[in-house]
Structures are given as structure tokens and as C-alpha cells.
Design a protein around this ligand. Structure first.
Ligand SMILES: C[S@@+](CC[C@H](N)C(=O)[O-])C[C@H]1O[C@@H](n2cnc3c(N)ncnc32)[C@H](O)[C@@H]1O
Length: 276
């Protein structure tokens, strides 16, 4: 790929990945089909077969990812027969056995989820973002996602004198302690691993579009300009749109011709600009 290039390939990512060079991708961000949740629209795999279906693909992802790279998997288990199916948990175990480290889990809280009523559960308003790496040291640019301290946090931190380097014991009695005074007077702090983002409400001619802010946050955190980002299940191309805006190179793969065309249309019609 050339610098700043964007490539969308149409086809099954398992086959397409075979042509990608080993250790060539800086960051993989993807949201595959959630088992057979949208079977009628773009197919899917039953929860029982999901891990067996995914492992040959993830074997390729492990191969193409640079040693310093990160693989971020957006997924959520569905309810089958009145209980949460365990295919995501099984998948995590299998990815570890395959050679990935399960380094972190982020939660995307969908802050504008519609209300609803079910007899034995409440609205599903969050999804997992599972982080996998090849090694414990990986590229991460934490300062790019710093946030303004919330007023309540500021009040808690500022009551401690930075000179005293006071260790605050957890109120739960857990024996954990935190040097709160280190954050006294600071305007910017690091975020937590929970993201509060609205779901996509625009009609993008694809039923499972994630909001641009989701890949954007992770792409800023794990890549720099001109790094190569891969989305092997790119759908309408949201990850690619963000890469174009942020000046990252992008390789997208999509099995449905109409979605691959949509991804190209979206990505090539935007100008590189920041969301804010
Ligand atoms: C959850 S959607 C991704 C949506 C995307 N994040 C967006 O914002 O538009 C999953 C996509 O994977 C595609 N897909 C399913 N199996 C595939 C495969 N084997 N290879 C490539 N794409 C596949 C589906 O057609 C669907 O568009």
C-alpha cells in the first residue's frame, strides 16, 4: 500500500487475508457478525459454530499483526434459549490458546439506547471491546485520549496536598490504595475503560453501523499517522472513514458487494477533517 492509501477489498476475509504480508498491520479494529443475530441480512454463524468459524480468521489476524500491534474486537453475546450464550467467552479462551494475549476489555455504553420491556431482563445497552495483543509491550498513545476532569473527580483529588503524596486507602477495605494527590490541580486526566457513546442514528444503508467516535477513540489510542489499520469485516466502512479523517492507511474487507460499494462511496466522498 502507498502512503495514505485506502483499500477496500470485496470477498471473504479468510481468503483475502492470505495475501496480506506477515507483521504488516499496526492495528485491527473490527466488528464481525454477532453470531447469527442478523442472519437474514448478511448471514452469520450459529453460536455453536462461532469459535470454529472465527479461529482460522484470527489465525491470519495474528500473522498479519505487527508484534507491537493491537487487535480490538467489538462483539456481544446474544441470548439463546433464555440465557446468555457463552460463545464470546469461549472465543476469548480460544484466542488465548491460539497465541493472543487478552490484554484488556473496554465497555461501550450506548448512552442513547431506546427503552424497552422484556419479561426477564432489561435493555441491552452495552457491548464489549476486547483487546488482544501479541506481546505485553505494544504501541499505545494514551495522551491522545485524555479528558477534562469531571467536577466531582476534581473535588476529590484537590482535597489532597500534592506535597504529601498521600495514599488513599480504598473505602471498600480491599487494601488497594491510590495516590490521589498526584492528580491534584490537574485539568486533564486519563479516561477509564468505559466509553459513553451514542449509537449511530443516521440511515447508512447498513443495519449494524457503529458510530465514528468508536473506532476514532481506539485509532487515536493505538496508532499514529500513516500507520496501517485493518477492518476485515468493514461493512459500510466506518473504520475507513475515520482512517481517512485521521491520516491513517486503511485496508477494509467486506463479503457483501453492496456494502463494499457503500464503504468505497462513503470513504472516498469525505475530506480529511477532524470530527470536532
Ligand atoms: C457488524 S457488520 C460491520 C459494520 C461496520 N462496523 C460498519 O460500521 O458499517 C459485519 C460485516 O461483516 C460482513 N461479513 C460477514 N462475514 C464476512 C466475511 N467472511 N468476510 C468479510 N466480511 C464479512 C457482513 O456482510 C457485515 O457487513
Amino acid at each position: 500500500m502507498n502512503d495514505n492509501s485506502i483499500t477496500i477489498l470485496e470477498g471473504d476475509c479468510l481468503a483475502l487475508l492470505k495475501d496480506v504480508a506477515s507483521d504488516s498491520i499496526d492495528f485491527i479494529f473490527t466488528s464481525p457478525p454477532y453470531a447469527d443475530a442478523r442472519k437474514k441480512i448478511y448471514g452469520g454463524v450459529s453460536p455453536e459454530k462461532y469459535v470454529d468459524w472465527f479461529l482460522p480468521i484470527s489465525k491470519e489476524l495474528l500473522r498479519v499483526l505487527k508484534p507491537s500491534g493491537t487487535f480490538l474486537l467489538n462483539i456481544k453475546e446474544k441470548v439463546v434459549d433464555g440465557e446468555r450464550n457463552t460463545y464470546v467467552i469461549d472465543l476469548i479462551q480460544s484466542l488465548r490458546a491460539q497465541g493472543f494475549l487478552w490484554t484488556e476489555e473496554f465497555i461501550w455504553h450506548k448512552k442513547n439506547a431506546f427503552p424497552g420491556k422484556w419479561s426477564n431482563r432489561f435493555r441491552d445497552a452495552w457491548e464489549r471491546l476486547l483487546q488482544f495483543n501479541k506481546q505485553r509491550q505494544f504501541a499505545m498513545y494514551q495522551d491522545t485520549v485524555m479528558i477534562h476532569r469531571q467536577e466531582s473527580t476534581a473535588r476529590r483529588c484537590d482535597q489532597y496536598d500534592p506535597q504529601l503524596r498521600l495514599q488513599i486507602k480504598s473505602q471498600t477495605g480491599s487494601n488497594f490504595s491510590n495516590n490521589m494527590s498526584a492528580w491534584s490541580g490537574r485539568e486533564m486526566v486519563y479516561p477509564s475503560n468505559v466509553l459513553y457513546l451514542a449509537v449511530e442514528t443516521c440511515n447508512r444503508r447498513h443495519c449494524a453501523v457503529f458510530p465514528e467516535r468508536l473506532p476514532r477513540w481506539f485509532i487515536k489510542l493505538f496508532t499514529q499517522e500513516n500507520d496501517v489499520v485493518l477492518d476485515p469485516f468493514c461493512g459500510s466502512g466506518t473504520t475507513g472513514v475515520v482512517c481517512k479523517r485521521l491520516g491513517r492507511r486503511f485496508l477494509g474487507m467486506e463479503i457483501m458487494p453492496e456494502y463494499a460499494a457503500l464503504a468505497k462511496e462513503r470513504i472516498f466522498s469525505i475530506e480529511k477533517k477532524l470530527l470536532e
